[in-house]
Design a protein. Sequence first.
Length: 286
Amino acid sequence: VKGNNDMLSITKPSVIDEIHRQYLEAGADIIETNTFSSTTIAMADYHMEDFVYQLNYESAKLARKACDDYTAKTPDKPRFVAGSIGPTNKTASLSPDVNDPGYRAITFDELRKAYKQQAEALLDGGADILLVETIFDTLNAKAALFAIDEIQEERGIRIPTMVSGTITDASGRTLSGQTAEAFLISVSHLDLLSIGFNCALGAKQLVPYLEAVAPQTHFRISAHPNAGLPNAFGQYDETPEQTAEQIKEYLDKGLINIIGGCCGTTPEHIKALADLAKDYKPRKNT
């Protein structure tokens, strides 16, 4: 189980609780659950498929308790739990075998079932929002969004849903080949809380993609970039001040409604962003 950080929610809950509280103390309004890989598909690598409901439920409960404690201290500043739904380690649009381009390691329906189980457990544990994030294949995301829609119909509720894609490199496209504009169009038929981008790139590199989608949608726009690009050891050297200075461009241009951080962003990074953002108004939806 080495590398399975999601299981810390049930094996070392105090560690995850402390991390949540560090980010809330730094000024976060929304914290994510520790469930990026908590689907039966991703957990199959660890033979932990049977623990998926527990992982998501307990992770959401941990984040819920931390948020409620901080909201009780300052009721005028409510905190929210976003249930993290990652892309899984399989893709519905691409073949993992270069010699067999027609092959798919997963079907849409298998993804839908896995995402539905995850989403139900996150909601049962107290998540306010579902965050379908780090989307490199929009077909995977559509399976998640289809599952969320099923739950909305079955439970008679509306689930605030954030969608966040990943532009993988300077090509300006997701791994499955979509531009930022195409990504937006492919999910625009849904009733979303927000659409945006996270991971892979630093704050500065995200600017053109935010500029591409912001004028084209009535959705709120989110961004949670990495703290720059990783060094040779996979670590992130960008300081909180450097990250905040780059994100100031988003705010000056009125590009975003929700700002946060992905890989390499510490509580100190979030504090710098919160201190910066408090002097700005959110982007006006078109």
